[in-house]
Design a protein around this ligand. Structure first.
Ligand SMILES: [Zn+2]
Length: 145
């Protein structure tokens, strides 16, 4: 979903799509189901990544042209099938894009900031020499002398 991905902070996140294809009582070919997942956008307050839930629900009926589309029961959206091409994926992508918040931000950016501090503490610890490697060094020196 390149158009959706272009609106995100990175390409991480999965979208779970579940679709049901059926023939309804009016003999209409229908596609119904949902797509949902969590993607990452940039928080517009602190500019850190923020997880955003996206969701799309579809209730479509396949039609061959605009005329048939107009005659569909109102609870269906038309899925116009031209030749062999069905733009189902891009239609779901559109719905997911519409479900993105206009502006993404954390409920509380200070919580995010404290996570950042924890990360920094972890990094500082990593750069400290490992006490065992110091011992190993001492042992090496002792062996040499
Ligand atoms: Zn934030």
């Amino acid at each position: 979903m390149p158009r959706l991905a272009s609106l995100l902070a990175d390409g991480s996140g999965d979208i779970l799509v579940s679709l049901q294809f059926a023939l309804d009582e009016q003999r209409l070919r229908t596609v119904s189901g949902s797509a949902r997942g969590t993607v990452t956008q940039t928080c517009q307050r602190c500019l850190e990544p923020v997880a955003v839930e996206v969701e799309a629900n579809v209730n479509l009926a396949m039609v061959l042209n605009e005329e048939q589309a107009k005659n569909l029961p109102r609870y269906y959206d038309p899925l116009i099938v031209e030749a062999e091409d069905v733009e189902l994926l891009s239609l779901i992508e559109d719905e997911l894009i519409l479900s993105l918040p206009l502006v993404a931000y954390h409920d509380d950016c200070s919580i995010q900031t404290s996570f950042g501090d924890a990360d920094e503490a972890a990094r500082t610890q990593e750069t400290k020499p490992n006490p065992f490697s110091v011992l190993a060094e001492l042992k090496q020196k002792a062996d040499k002398s």
